[in-house]
Design a protein around this ligand. Structure first.
Ligand code: AHR
Length: 639
């Protein structure tokens, strides 16, 4: 390989490698959002979904000839959160009447961790005591507390209590026993672990956020994906309904509820406890630029195909304008004030926004133009990401590319879920793209080993083919400014789509080989691409070798990434030109397996993961070995 370290061909954008977050596969509710109670506000289509009731003969209305002890009440005027439950007990003792919540796929409970219970209540007179306990599947108690709601009269009050769990279980549940006499209304019944990310009450699962932080991503795209579009426009993602007090955030059925479900999830709703404020805060926490995607007035074109008439588009455009104000506006502005009231007076520094997800056709272009005009007029510095749909055959990309380029798009968002062969064959995809003002955002991609979808996990073949493809993205940093693998998370007991970057259960998470490929790129990025050639050609498949080179002008290093996608070991020489004197030792970071179907798992989470070593360097001709099926990064210090 000849590397010309003093001939930079393009800057590598700080945003180059990022992450794509969507509430799919229990990514948010039941996933990163640490709430353990499913259907805490009784707003699922079936108001008692997730809840079960157990009564002794004394409290069973059929046996005792009384009114049912639990009624679901619907206050229609409270459009965001109309339902609550009304519980009546008559001289009940603990053991008479139980309301039990099963959690999302059970509740992951950890020994010695504090659990914070809270509930909104309303009662005319005091007289009911709540015994709250966690239990395992056999009914063994794992920790408990009590609450005696004392406030009476008009209005809702919040009661809280905390207790520590005495054991770790994968699938626990929460039981509420009622004691006493009288009636009480309950809403927002909630249980959070205290060991959330940054210890924030009502926050996120720390192990899952840590996996994201460990990637040091350049950006985070949210909230999707198809959930931006919704089955229909009524169920589109509306960011304004996801900010402010959580009891006023109106939940909706998740677009991934049953559609495409290999494992149906009829209980999949978006409560928006993880809403736009929390997404911006997450971006800030992990040092990633926020990239929200907004509905463009079109529902999912694979489903309802509903489109808002142009005459009615203004509220959608206003949502986009207001979102910029929410993120960046002065605290005196309408939406800046909302952000400040939520605890973040400083701006979130939003610089870009996506208009639509996987939308296409003349209807998209017409709506996109209206959004672009309004946003650029008010906020000329905001970069806009334009959707180019989802096109397995590439034809749509080509048509839209031309249209969007004519419109001088800032970014075109391309998605590809394709076979490993496709990824190898398309390493040069961007070599011929114009280097004009329009940049590419490879917004969703993943190598699918058995075709496009199915019951498959990520493996070394998917990961190494992505590593090879990403050499092409980096080589073309002049036009590709952002890229993100998708989807990000999947819960082993509740996924709709595979493969995925990070797998979780109720207690743990692990990164797939694909995760470590992403991390090798993010942690070894460099800031300028330099040429690397093999026999005067870019290294894009000769002898199944793929390579890219970059320099880090701050650390004074040249960073060479090499994929050997063949079964044979390959020896090569790196001829380093223009690097000045090189350091005596180089760092070598390598991932390898002879088994292309090797995977990571909960029991072997780093089976396929990078190993770091050092290599002696003498002079400007460096002999290197690329093991069979390997991805290796050489970091060589230079003067
Ligand atoms: O990543 C899963 C889905 O794939 C996204 O929601 C959608 O944008 C794409 O079709």
């Amino acid at each position: 390989f000849t590397v010309k370290a003093n001939k930079p061909i393009a800057d590598i954008a700080p945003t180059m490698w990022g992450i794509f977050f969507e509430d799919i596969n229990l990514g948010a509710d039941g996933g990163i959002y640490a709430e353990l109670v499913k259907n805490r506000s009784f707003e699922f289509n079936n108001p008692l979904m997730g809840w079960s009731i157990k009564m002794s003969d004394k409290t069973d209305p059929q046996v005792a000839g009384m009114n049912p002890p639990v009624l679901v009440v619907n206050r229609k005027e409270h459009t965001a959160n109309p339902r609550y439950i009304h519980v009546t007990v008559d001289n009940a003792v603990k053991g008479d009447f139980l309301l039990s919540n099963e959690g999302f796929r059970g509740m992951g409970i950890k020994k010695d961790i504090r659990y914070d219970f809270s509930v909104m209540y309303h009662q005319a007179t005091a007289g009911v005591k709540l015994h709250i306990a966690l239990s395992d599947s056999a009914g063994k108690e794992l920790g408990s507390t009590t609450i005696t709601p004392a406030e009476t009269g008009i209005g809702w009050h919040k009661a809280t209590a905390a207790f520590t769990a005495n054991a770790t279980v994968m699938r626990g549940r929460m039981n509420i026993w009622f004691e006493g006499n009288g009636a009480i209304d309950l809403d927002m019944v909630s249980l959070f672990p205290s060991d959330t990310w940054k210890g924030r009450p009502g926050g996120m699962r720390a192990d899952m956020v840590q996996k994201l932080a460990d990637l040091k991503p350049g950006f985070i795209r949210f909230p999707g994906g198809c959930i931006v579009e919704g089955y229909d426009l009524e169920h589109r993602y509306q960011w304004k309904k996801t900010v402010g007090p959580i009891e006023e955030r109106q939940l909706i059925i998740n677009r991934w509820n049953t559609e495409f479900a290999h494992r149906p999830a009829p209980d999949y709703f978006q409560t928006f406890g993880l809403g736009f404020f929390e997404y911006f805060q997450l971006a800030e926490d992990i040092g990633a630029a926020p990239l929200p995607i907004i509905n463009c007035g079109m529902a999912c074109q694979f489903n309802s195909k509903e489109v808002v008439p142009m005459d009615d588009l203004q509220p959608y455009i206003q949502d986009a304008l207001d979102l910029i104000e929410f993120a960046n506006g002065d605290v005196a502005s309408t939406w800046g004030k909302v952000r400040a009231a939520m605890g973040h007076p400083a701006p979130f520094n939003l610089t870009m926004m996506g208009i639509g997800n996987e939308n296409w056709g003349p209807q998209y272009l017409e709506r996109l133009k209206a959004f672009t005009k309004a946003i650029k007029e008010k906020y000329p510095a905001i970069k806009l990401i334009n959707s180019s749909g989802f096109a397995p055959d590439g034809a749509l990309f080509n048509y839209l590319d031309i249209e969007l380029r004519n419109m001088q798009a800032d970014f075109i968002d391309e998605h590809y879920y394709r076979s490993p062969e496709w990824f190898y064959a398309n390493v040069k995809r961007y070599d011929t793209f114009p280097r004009n003002n329009t940049k590419i955002f490879a917004g969703e991609y993943a190598s699918h080993v058995d075709g496009t979808k199915g019951d498959q996990k990520n493996c070394w073949l998917s990961a190494i083919s992505e590593a090879a493809f990403m050499t092409g993205l980096e080589r073309n940093a002049a036009v590709v400014n952002m890229a993100s693998y998708a989807p990000l998370f999947a819960h082993v007991d509740g996924w709709q789509w595979t493969p995925d970057l990070i797998w979780v259960n109720n207690l743990e998470s692990y990164g797939t080989p694909d995760y470590y490929v992403q991390q090798m790129y993010t942690l070894n990025k460099g800031n300028k691409v330099v040429p690397v050639t093999l026999n005067n050609e870019v290294v894009a498949g000769q002898d199944s070798l793929y390579a890219t080179a970059a320099i880090d002008t701050v650390k004074r290093e040249v960073i060479i990434k090499v994929v050997n996608a063949s079964a044979k070991p390959q020896e090569n020489t790196i001829i380093l030109e223009g690097a000045g004197k090189t350091a005596a030792q180089a760092t070598v970071i390598s991932m390898q397996s002879n088994d292309l179907l090797a995977v990571n798992s909960f029991t072997s989470p780093t089976n396929i993961s990078p190993k770091t070593s050092v290599m002696n360097v003498k002079g400007k001709k460096i002999s290197v070995k690329a093991a069979p099926y390997s991805f290796t990064i050489f970091r060589i210090g230079m003067q």
